[in-house]
Design a protein around this ligand. Sequence first.
Ligand SMILES: *Cc1c(COP(=O)(O)O)cnc(C)c1O
Length: 951
Amino acid sequence: MKTDSFKLRHIGPSTRDLSSMLNTIKVDSIEQLIYETIPDDILLKQPLNLDSAMSEQEYSAHMQSLSSKNKVFKSYIGLGYHEACLPAVIQRNILENPGWYTAYTPYQAEIAQGRLEALLNYQTMICDLTGMELANASLLDESTAAAEAMTMLFSVRSRDQKKNNVNKFFVSEEILPQTLSLLKTRAIPLDIELIIGDHQEFDFSEQFYGAILQYPGKSGEVYDYADFVEKAHLSNIKVAVAADILSLVSLKSPGSFDADVVVGTTQRFGIPLGYGGPHAAYFATREAYKRNIPGRIIGVTQDTNGNRALRMALQTREQHIKRDKATSNICTAQVLLAVMAGMYGVYHGPEGLQYIANKVNASAVTLSKTIEALEFKQLNSVFFDTIRIQADAKKVKEVAEKHDVNFFYPDSNTISISLNEATTIEDLNTIVSIFATVAQKDSTQIKELEESNIISSSLKRTTAFLSNDVFNTYHSETELMRYIKKLERKDLSLNHSMIPLGSCTMKLNAASEMLPLSDPQWGNIHPFAPINQAQGYQEVLKKLEDQLTEITGFAATSLQPNSGAQGEFAGLMVIRAYHESRNDHHRNICLIPSSAHGTNPASAVMAGMKVVVTKATEEGNIDVDDLREKALKYKDNLSALMVTYPSTHGVYESAIKEITKIIHDNGGQVYMDGANMNAQVGLTNPGVIGADVCHLNLHKTFAIPHGGGGPGVGPICVAPQLVPFLPGNPVIETGGDNAITAISAAPWGSALACLISYGYITMLGAKGLKESTEYAILNANYIKERLDGHYSVLYVGERGRAAHEMIIDCRPFKANGIEVTDIAKRLMDYGFHAPTVSFPVAGTIMIEPTESESKAELDRFCDALLSIRQEIASASSENPNNVMKNAPHTLAMLTTDNWEFPYTREQAAYPLEYIAENKFWPSVRRVDDAYGDRNLICTCAPIEEYMEAEV
Ligand SMILES: *Cc1c(COP(=O)(O)O)cnc(C)c1O
């Protein structure tokens, strides 16, 4: 056996475990199990055509050599991306720490208080800097956040505006180019009319519902928008402001001049450029829009004992409940990056941020004066970090590149230079010498920065920010390290135990896959750097596209979408463009099975389609007759079917080829939701089942960690007829020949995170990938057999097998007064994170173990569920004071002097033997969701204020 094979590290069960697991399942071999699980007519006949697997050592050397093909220039391109300094204590303790990066979205609040607090810090920081009342816990990037602002303001139009179909949205010509592209993408299907122009010449008498301004503008000019906003409001026009987060330290906040929404990116708060991402975007608005705000909001509530506890607020307004009434499809966001940016605020505090902002501004002022002394003209009058020099751009570019420097060149006679936290005096002198060379003059040396007074008092921030304790306490590394650890200990992540979340595929995120993310040769490349400086990236991204194209059986891949839901939207927009290219403008019906994930209908609505829901049969399959009937009924207008395969019910439907054929026969295209791709890789693929486009969740199937709710990458893979329409980018050429406008701000989305999936595929190879899928199915069926007779599995395939996940029916336990939530909470006492609760069927849990879990871990999990089953049996609806209803049990409960529960402390906290040596203590008792929603608090206000809110 090749013991250096990565496969052995990635796959949980050992060869020794295999035979006993097969015994339990009652099959002779994995081949037999697969035969009994996947319909014959869709099985691949050939192995995947991929390079042979690399060992971890080989991969490390490979990435080293590729990284040297990236040329790390000093990039002053700006346009929303700036070099930043990631504090080492945050890099080591969060970015490189599986306790943080392997966590799941904090649905189970009692075992997620750490990241919930980190996100509350983030929201507080955003509210302080923007001057707004409410911020969410991140969106995907600045441009998508701007698009979310445009659509949110569209959906909160006044009754009159809706009645009169007021659909015009003003976009300042100072908006970033990638944002403009995204606004176009999102406006077209909703019939929003974009009017682009100079805000200083805007005619307020026209009917507009909203406007968006860039602050400072893309040119770097800082405008005073107070007048614009005031006049806009008088005309009932709502105003969104896309603001640079660091500049808000120095400039008066958009909230102070009454903006309605403020969006932007927090990249420059310590996050590497990563050739485009991942970074957390922020979205802040008025309290009045709390029910319309996209994404997730963290709020304060209390637990059973009345102690302060955090949880995701307003969950009932989550998009999966809104479905086709949704205005946004955000699911995965950028939680890990938001945690890091928030911690950057904790690390620097208000003084530190002020120092950085002052330094950046002083650098820009000093540089401007020094270059002007060389008799160049500087065009900006008020600026924060960006100056514009008039000069021959071609000449400057030539000299700059010799000095390993990138500027931005808006036209042949303008050079735009954006400075940042990392810019030193030496760097400034390099810039000066470039201009001196072009001017053929001697350069003067900058010795120190000049005091800046360029920002006039009417534009200057006068209000305090980050005054909360948390931003003023942890400034020594020892204190911050311990604070980060304190939060980490409250959270259950994959480094404690398995997280068997159906549909979410919480598999191993291997250290070897993660390591390159720490390397500045990968981290420090600007997304709009010239392609020839990013050859290492270009090779990886091209290779990854090819790998994914091969795995899906399609013709091409776009890595641009940075979440699964963005992939859905991108795929549907590509389908839309395809229909339009054939003059089928009217095709706008999207069929979606009732069991679909909530993002599916939400994406369809965003793409301007009308959702028609198709029925499921009693066995949980798509009702083919109903589907055929609807496809025929709508055949003249059918655009697409969205189908998840294997279905969200955990079954490989054997009618899938018939289903895709029905859609094609009626003029539609088939969109396959690839969230369950972990059940396909190497065994079957979307091409074989007859789909035309799919997204993949690289943060599920392809080993990118969940990060507590992001980052994600949601590439789309497409059949030949859709290739021309793959999304483009306005700055860097990418996408199909007939590309739709941008889906994400950066040309290759979250390029840095793509390295992880590249590592996963490259180290597993064709054989390892196929085996991973087989073991995912093996592990699921092993759990199914072990639970047999105690729990009932809701849906199985034709030969009685589960796919890679299964739904367990908990509704019968209501007779004993036990709800599915009680099981989820009780599992915490056993040291496990709950499976997916009530999706896709209310009152059930969906278990997906993945291939990475060993037999020993699966056994502990099954033992826990079997023990819980007995606890359910002895519970009664008459007496809710029982071990299930009181779960989870905290250490404080257990060590209290008067134990008043009708069961022992041991039963409460140590019901099984294995728990003792690896006990996980939930840090709060069960949280009260309704209380928190009634008293919405989404910033870390002092505890006294929270108490006041109670009355
Ligand atoms: C996770 C998931 C999605 C959404 O993906 P995100 O990356 O969270 O946007 C869509 N469909 C299904 C079935 C999923 O499980």
